[in-house]
Write a protein that binds this ligand. Structure first.
Ligand code: GLA
Length: 385
């Protein structure tokens, strides 16, 4: 017997690097996904395989080896977290397949983790609340893979909802679904542009930014002990501590404190159905990521500034962890295809590189079965990597 579950990748509309200091994020699940199929086997072992990679990994149930440094660490990390809760699945073969672009800032890893968790839970004959699955998958990534990520990616992969962006308060995991396909916003498309510059959260830059930020946060918390984290800090409080912290910590904190405001403003713009305002806030967020958080790069800045010159574009910004990856663009639907083509042409001319573009619609979070998430419309939508 085999059991199959599918979990999507995501694009974050706004709220970057706010999900590990009690802030807000606003991601949407997208049509690219990972499918995990788990089958019984009688060799007494756990086997992990993927259609996207050549190597398989096999281990005994009591294996406690450290990470292998490849794709298999994500599902093995999930298994380890389940085992630490006393959930010991019977021997299995877990096969993964999918089309979430890899190392592109679209959360291929969270989609693997969530699809794996759901498959292994079902295989073990047990269940878990969606929020608990998201937290378990985050712990898998923090503890086993060694990537100090926040909760956003695993949460949206689990709880995303077709047609809506998800406004998540990462302090207490309360959330609202904001319809993204109604009113004037329904006449917009989310266009994702993949620079092809690859970056992994487990590499040093993400952790370095986190440490710089936390150094600044510690200064603030010493001064106002009732603050829980940067999510509670006002712009004025931060400004009054500028001279008490290293300048890079001040700029990293400035990004996070201002970004939390922007997410809330973006939420109001979405509720008011105002794409112009939403786009302007996204573009402001990019400037903050580029200048204060310093997690952009030349290729991404080029994609953003070019996008803003093109007809029908309301706003553009770097999405995801940064240092490469993708931009997210809010574009008038009837102009989205021409926008994507023009952006790719400009990128090719400037860098002699191909950017992929994906016309996205907010998709559902994890589901039982192998069905692909509803495909978007447009030239590169079916691009499988
Ligand atoms: C990565 C992490 C997330 C989040 C973003 C930045 O995607 O996995 O938890 O921190 O970067 O917003």
């Amino acid at each position: 017997m085999s059991l199959t579950f599918t979990a999507p990748g995501r694009v974050n509309l706004i709220g970057e690097h706010t999900d590990y200091t009690g802030g807000f994020v606003m991601p949407v699940a997208i049509q690219f996904a990972t499918t995990a199929t788990v089958s019984n086997c009688d060799d007494g072992l756990y086997t992990f395989a993927s259609d996207r990679f050549e190597n398989t990994r096999t281990m005994k149930p009591d294996d406690r080896s450290t990470k292998a440094g490849d794709w298999s660490d994500y599902p093995v990390g999930v298994l380890r977290e389940l085992q630490s809760l006393g959930i010991v699945p019977p021997p299995f073969v877990l096969r993964l397949s999918g089309n979430v672009p890899l190392s592109a800032g679209l959360s291929s890893s969270a989609s693997i983790e969530v699809a794996t968790a759901m498959a292994l839970l079902a295989h073990a004959g047990t269940a878990m609340a969606p929020q608990a699955i998201a937290r378990l998958c985050q712990r898998a990534e923090n503890n086993y893979v060694g990537s100090p990520c926040g909760i956003m990616d695993q949460f949206i992969a689990t709880l995303g909802s077709a047609g809506s962006a998800l406004l998540l308060n990462t302090r207490n995991l309360s959330y609202d679904l904001l319809p993204q396909n109604k009113g004037p916003l329904g006449n917009c498309r989310i266009v994702v542009a993949n620079s092809g510059v690859m970056h992994s959260n487990a590499s040093g830059d993400y952790g370095l930014r986190r440490r710089e930020l936390e150094a600044g946060q510690n200064v603030l918390l010493r001064r106002w002990p009732y603050l829980r984290d940067l999510g509670d800090v006002t712009i004025e409080q931060l400004a009054s501590c500028e001279r008490d912290m290293p300048s890079e910590s001040f700029r990293r904190c400035s990004h996070v404190v201002s970004e939390n405001h922007r997410v809330q403003e973006a939420c109001e713009a979405m509720i008011a159905g105002n794409p112009k305002r939403l786009g302007a806030i996204m573009t402001e967020a990019h400037a903050s990521e580029r200048d204060d958080f310093e997690c952009s790069c030349e290729e991404i800045d080029f994609l953003v500034s070019t996008a803003l010159e093109l007809d029908g574009c309301y706003g553009a910004r770097l999405t995801g962890g940064g240092f490469g990856g993708c931009t997210v663009n809010l574009v008038e639907a009837t102009k989205a295809q021409a926008f994507a083509n023009a952006l790719k042409d400009a990128y090719r001319t400037r860098f002699q590189l191909e950017a992929e573009t994906y016309l996205c619609e907010a998709a559902d979070g994890a589901v039982a079965g192998a069905q692909r998430h509803k495909p978007g419309r447009g030239a590169d939508d079916d691009a499988s990597i």
